[in-house]
Design a protein around this ligand. Structure first.
Ligand SMILES: O=C(O)[C@H](O)CO
Length: 417
């Protein structure tokens, strides 16, 4: 405990030191326009030009770029989703690196513009990169960064929040209260589903899926059934040990089972949460046929990517099965919803906020900046799962590396040993 407290106070002192530094850099920011697009400029005299397409949270990320000698231009364009035309205006004729958003279309057009401007690095401000055609970047020799490791618990927590909110009908009850409809306690008012001792299913047992599974198994003593092409031995061992603890305490143990097909998860689980990447094999992974296999009282959660679910089929299923519930953080035609979804009281819907904790969003900014700064500084690629050295340690102690470059192998970039 004492050690943990000491560590926390050192980390907090380090953070205070950093924010003093960064207030200074914020104070020196100036506003200008680039090809008609308003931008905020930091470290005006920096020799490398880095464009950031949206304002990012936190301060530490800026220091990574400034320390690497970058002039940083942050777009102040009022549109929430920038068009390729606007991004090309921002890139202009000389640009060394870009930090872009998951809402942008990073394909041949933008990577060609970046290449023509002398660009050497791109980082997505996200762990997912289905908006990036990585082969188009690789073809042009441009490393592509992403931000793994800081979203895990935050995203899993939101998936768990959606699960509970859907199972226990929290938003419906909230709306009812605000409408002044509550006239007194009733045995049948907003009766939902108990999770304890039921079965949670996950599709995709990577970092986020496993964190969610642990939360649901440990928090609610649920059994786990999962589908993933690869077994997650760590997760299985964790649940086995937790089961042993329960057995030792005289309680029924929890069980964990990996199955060969998505269908087995859907048929067996009371709650199913998606934690897969979006690619051709997972587009409409959940369709009308598979929805029909699920229990009529099941809860379906998606904090991965919208197109993993055929959303029109889901709307039809929600309407036909009022006891079926879903919790959605992402949508097939984001930011739009399929017609009818907003009218389904059995759907809990939030605007892609699974990673929206301050620590995570600041950490994502730091990793994205460290990716671009690292590549522009000629550093090797970190290629390890422990990225806390970039986000939580004093800045001076951060590794001299680019934390996560998804096409590092294809580009034969040097890795940290
Ligand atoms: O891929 C990501 O990083 C998330 O979807 C952002 O919330």
């Amino acid at each position: 405990m004492a050690l943990a407290r000491a560590f926390a106070s050192v980390a907090s002192l380090a953070r205070q030191g950093e924010s003093k530094l960064s207030f200074a850099s914020r104070a020196f920011a100036t506003n200008t326009t680039v090809n008609g697009v308003p931008v905020e400029v930091h470290n005006e005299g920096g020799s490398k030009r880095v464009v950031v397409t949206k304002t990012l949270p936190g301060e530490r990320w800026l220091q990574f770029l400034i320390n690497a000698g970058c002039r940083v231009e942050v777009s102040r364009h009022p549109d929430i989703i920038l068009t390729n035309a606007t991004i090309k205006q921002l890139i202009g004729t000389k640009c060394d690196g870009v930090i872009g958003q998951l809402t942008e279309d990073w394909g041949s057009e933008l990577f060609e513009a970046l290449k023509q401007a002398g660009g050497k690095a791109y980082s997505n401000y996200a762990v997912g990169y289905n908006n990036v055609k990585v082969d188009e970047a690789t073809k042009r020799g441009i490393p592509v960064g992403n931000t793994p490791g800081v979203l895990t618990e935050t995203t899993a927590e939101l998936a768990a929040a959606l699960t509970l909110a859907a199972a226990r009908r929290v938003p419906e009850a909230d709306v009812f209260m605000r409408a002044g409809k509550y006239k007194g306690w009733l045995p049948n008012l907003f009766v939902g589903q108990l999770l304890q001792n039921k079965t949670v299913g996950i599709i995709g047992a990577g970092r986020i899926g496993a964190a969610y599974a642990r939360m649901m198994v440990e928090g609610h003593k649920m059994n786990l059934v999962y589908y993933d092409p690869y077994p997650n031995k760590q997760l299985e061992e964790y649940i086995l040990l937790y089961g042993e603890l329960l057995r030792y305490r005289g309680e029924p143990p929890v069980a964990c089972k990996r199955v060969e097909t998505v269908e087995e998860v859907l048929k067996e689980a009371d709650v199913v949460s998606l934690h897969c990447n979006l690619d051709a094999s997972t587009r409409h992974l959940i369709n009308a046929q598979r929805l029909a296999m699920m229990k009529p009282t099941a809860v379906l959660v998606n904090a991965a990517r919208g197109p993993c679910i055929d959303e029109a089929a889901l709307v039809a299923h929600l309407k036909a099965n009022p006891e079926f519930r879903c919790g959605l953080d992402v949508f097939e035609d984001e930011p739009a919803m399929k017609p009818g979804l907003a009218d389904c009281p059995n759907a809990v819907i939030v605007p892609h906020i699974a990673s929206a904790s301050l620590w995570t969003r600041s950490g994502m900014a730091t990793l994205a900046a460290a990716n671009v700064a690292g590549i522009l500084s000629g550093y090797p690629v970190w290629n390890k799962t422990d990225i806390l050295g970039f986000v939580d340690k004093p800045l001076a102690a951060a590794p001299h590396a680019a934390p996560s470059i998804v096409n590092a192998k294809e580009l034969k970039l040097k890795m940290v040993e």
